[in-house]
Design a protein around this ligand. Sequence first.
Ligand code: GAL
Length: 740
Amino acid sequence: MRIKQKFNHDWYYIDNFKEEYTNKDSEMDRFCPVLLPHANKELPYSYFDEKEYQFISCYKKDFTIEKDAKGKTIFIEFEGVMAACEVYVNGKYVGEHRGGYVPAVFDITPFVQYESKNTMVVKVDSREREDIPPFGNVIDYLTFGGIYRDVYLYILDTIHINNVFYNYKIKDDKIILEPIVYITSNEEKDIEIVLSLDNKEFSWNVTVQKGKEQELILNSIEITNIEMWDIKNPVRYSACMILKHQGKTLDNYETKLGFRNIQIDETGFHLNGRKIKLRGLNRHQSFPYVGYAMPKRVQQKDADILKYELGLNIVRTSHYPQSPYFLDRCDEIGLLVLEEIPGWQHISKREDWRNCVLSDVEKMIARDRNHPAIIMWGVRINESGDDHELYTRTNALARKLDPTRPTTGIRCICNSEFLEDVYAMNDFIYDGGETVLRSQQQVTGLNHKVPYIVTEYNGHMFPTKRFDNEHRLIEHAMRHAIIQNEAGLRNEIMGAIGWCAFDYNTHCDFGSGDRICYHGVMDMFRIPKWASYVYLSQVSPKEKLVLQPLSHWTIGDRNQGGVSPLIVLTNCDHIEIKVEGKSLGKYYPDDNFRGLEHPPITVDFQFGEWGVGWGDLELLGYVNDEIAITRKFAKNPYLSRIDVKADDTLLYNDEMDATRIVCKLVDQYGNILPYLNEVLYLETQGDIEIIGPKTVATMGGCIGFWIKTTGKKANTEATVTIRCDRCKEENIKIQLRSMK
Ligand code: GAL
């Protein structure tokens, strides 16, 4: 039986590296205790030097291995270390790994001692090294350092499974499953492989050879009565692959599966026989202060935000493989994924760099090919030029490792060599003028139609801060609406994935000079800008009712005053507007947006004069001729309270767990006061800590922060207190429990 244990506790960290640290008994005085995932450097929110986290650091941990493990194989797996690492056990060099986004696995069996102290040392190089993609030139994002994902220890039989690919086809209503198992064995042996799936068992008798990672393609089996995985009904099954010898279990390898039929061609994207227009945004996996080092719950929450607070059906993991927790959650909730290898425009001529690209393709697909949510692999460096040699190889490798999914390659250059199955274009043509998206033929230069997707738009063409003025926020939202509308109208486009979901920290060569690209439809705390509601309003009103005016409802904030035209993003059938209780009439979806399921409603009206006649606004949203939702906006907003909301109030304290708390300064109707910047004092009591500064200023009326557990005492209660000089303090109780 396999033993898989989290290996995140009891690490010690220092922000430099000396050869002597690798000695088993070297002093650790200046090391400090840390719990993984960990950022090698906590950073300010903005205006910092990106070189601050680009250095070599050292992590050290003592551990014991029980004597029962003698004769077994012992592995250590790092799910993500930026950007390269070298591992030493008991003073001996074990190996190195290059690439910050895919797992690093080491066999430490020959290096460990049993029932006595072992010491593991990890040298972590977080510099932008020329031999590792995405580095070698500029990139528009930061690659925060540290051991930033979970680490696992595996104790396995000498005959064990390294990986399983549940390769399947769908025939009529049957699943024809042809599992491929990768096995390592220290001897030639006859074994039985048993698959338990959906309360059924299937078995195969095979002979394994002595050797590493031999590929065994098992005879196909038919599975009936399977419910299909779908974005609306993401049904998953637990599969367990068991290795047996003479009745004794050698290994058990668990995977969550979902079966679905995807068809991608020049007519579009089809899921289980249904054509679906893909509507998505790009996600960077970064967060304020700690960069990439956020645990399971926060990774999962991002998927939830994309699905439930933005109403998307697809996310692109720009520009690298992302957290397994994020992808698992996409499976679980039914959010499609386009996953791609690390890189940004630059292709190196260095052989080691190019080999790293191929290793990234291999490791990404080996890790993720059982995720039902993933629908294609991006196997070109984002927006790079042609490189026949490299891309012929990445495509061939991807197709070999996973013949079930199409490859794609994301480009920004027209007429580039089409080696993939799906042509993906970052189409930034729209600048507010006539052309919204280019035609397929203009982009591909081909004389026939191909499967075609738009993988970025907007972004740097219209950077917008959540606290920008009303004109800019409106145009930002409408540019997203105009492009989504156009993609909706064009049959030749299977969908459009905008740039991007969340603002992100970047290098000084990009963004607003403060190391932030304000390209998100949400800010870095995942608080919505108005553009968010373009996406969210596309969901069915049965799922969530949306009624968002593109106005702060003030008489003098726009040029020339007033709020006309008043655009309302909604999924209601129509709306009614009342000012000071008096109806101004009913208004209907805008005919210019037939490519959207729920077009915006544009209201041209004059109300009030400069200084006189302004009043409270009431918006009423009707579904099936009944009032389904109302919103109120004050003529005379004043600060009423801090609206404080935690994503979760129960955390696990025996590991690094975290949750977000959003604080909004709101008026008497609960609306954010968009120009209010007040100081908030954040305090905690109990076994939790605030990530980032404890004194913050709201930005445009609100701010978020994360709290984390410390890995110490479970079954207690902690409190977060938020104070502001102008209003009543707020307290949130957090229950701390053990995971087990
Ligand atoms: C694209 C690039 C993205 C981001 C975006 C900004 O060219 O792929 O990573 O930089 O521009 O709009």
